[in-house]
Ligand binder design. Sequence first.
Ligand SMILES: [Ca+2]
Ligand SMILES: [Ca+2]
Length: 174
Amino acid sequence: MASSTALAATYDQDGHVLSALSEEDANADGKLNRRSTGVYTYSAAGLLVNTVSETDQADKPTGEIDGVIDYREASTFEYDSDGNLVRQVSTAAAIGFDSFTSISLLEYDSRGNVTLTTSELFANSDSTPLSRARTENTYNSRGQLVKSATETDSDGQPGFEQIVVVTIVYDGVK
Ligand SMILES: [Ca+2]
Ligand SMILES: [Ca+2]
């Protein structure tokens, strides 16, 4: 069974993608079974600040889309004065079902290495997260990652129930 996928995109004068289109005809019968669009927005400094993607998808690859969006995802990105990403909020939803929002915060050292990442996942507008994670990174004098400790909480009870620590040793570096 042949399939065809068509891709198209538009760009601004700096080469940033502004919009994207993807169409799929999995059984090459001339009827699309999936159509996705993306829209991208940038700050004056050229940093990506907002994305929205929408998908219209048939029930099966041999089916045909109906023009009604089935899945939508939107993200916003915030940066510090050095242009490092410090906050990302993404919401995804299959239309008619629960939506899920993830909020991630990042902190950096003076070299621009990520020292702390926290993320939380929420269903709908619930104030209590379904799950959350916190990763703390430690670097040596050369700026190489030597330790990464991740705590995760996904049981709905206060407190993190799992901790994973990874340590990395480099030859000849103290
Ligand atoms: Ca088709
Ligand atoms: Ca649809």
